[in-house]
Structure formats: C-alpha cells, structure tokens
Design a protein around this ligand. Sequence first.
Ligand code: SF4
Length: 190
Amino acid sequence: MKDKLLIHACCAPCLVAVFDDVNENLEKYNLESKSDFDVIWYNINIHPKTEYEKRKETLKEYLAMNNKEGIFLDEYNLLSWAKHAVNHKEEGYNMRCEYCYTSRLEKVFEYAKDNGYTSVTTTLLISPYQKHDVIISVCEKLAAKYGVKFAYEDFRPLFWPGQHKAKDLGLYRQKYCGCIFSIDEGGKSK
Ligand code: SF4
C-alpha cells in the first residue's frame, strides 16, 4: 500500500531541496503521485513574533510558487514555550533542542494520525546545524507512539544546493536557528 506523506517544514529555505527530492523521487517515498504529500507548518519555537510571521509568510510564498497549499497550524506562546525549554531537564529531556524538536514534531505526528497520513518527515533533517541523531530519536519515538511511519532520509547533502536555490528564488533566509536563546548562539542549535 502506498503512503500519504506529511512533511514538517521548519522554514522555506530548508524545504526547497526536500520538496524537489520528494517530487522527483516518488518511489523512494512510497508515494503514488505528487498529490500524495503535504507540507505542514508548526514552529512554536520561533522568536520574535515578527520573525515567526516572516518565516511563515516565506513558506506560503514558496508553496504558492509550486501551486501547493500548506497546512498552517498557527500557534504562538513565547512564555509557555520558553518556560518548558528552560526546564527541559526537569521535564525529562537531555537538552533544550530535544524538547524543541519534540514540542513541534509531536503535534505533526498527531496531526498526521488524525488526518489520514501514513508517514512523516521533517526538513530539520536537512540542516548540518541541527542535532541530526536527536531528531531521528525523537521521530522514532513519536512514530511508535502515534502509529505513523517515520520517513527518514538524510537530506544533509542537499542543504547547500537547497540554500542556493532559495537564494536564487529570492526567498528570505534567516540568520539564526529560531528560538530566543539561539539569537546569541551564532545560528547553531544547542
Ligand atoms: S537552537 Fe534551534 S533547535 Fe535548539 S531550541 Fe533553539 S530553535 Fe530549537
């Protein structure tokens, strides 16, 4: 049986190469047609709100270029998110980014389960600046919890080609990972 794939997009520049890879390799992702995947936005980690809106609108812009409608779960609560991020150890996470990935991807897997998607992946897997192994571990746990496949792919070799294409398309490209803490951390995840 073929899959219906939900791609979590952290931002448009990271989606560009992932979007192309899925479109051009349907068999690899066990998809019947190009209409069998959707893109979802859920990134409650981004600070400040203006940056959140900018990244969200850039994703809309990119999807419109590709005649694709996105799913936008619009939620923003800096104080609540930052409180959990600061207390991540007490909440059972080894590091802040593990909490961050879980806070976004849990909603994505839950949405997939509730809306007939059979597999999930995330553009977080394209960035050499993210904690790739931690993302895999979080996704594997969520896949087991929600009974939805984790469509793992090491997208990292596509990172720079995707960034260059995003630049050529004139898409806004941010300079830091996303959360309030990362603004002073040189753009790397922690
Ligand atoms: S550095 Fe990036 S991945 Fe880590 S908590 Fe902040 S936004 Fe999330």
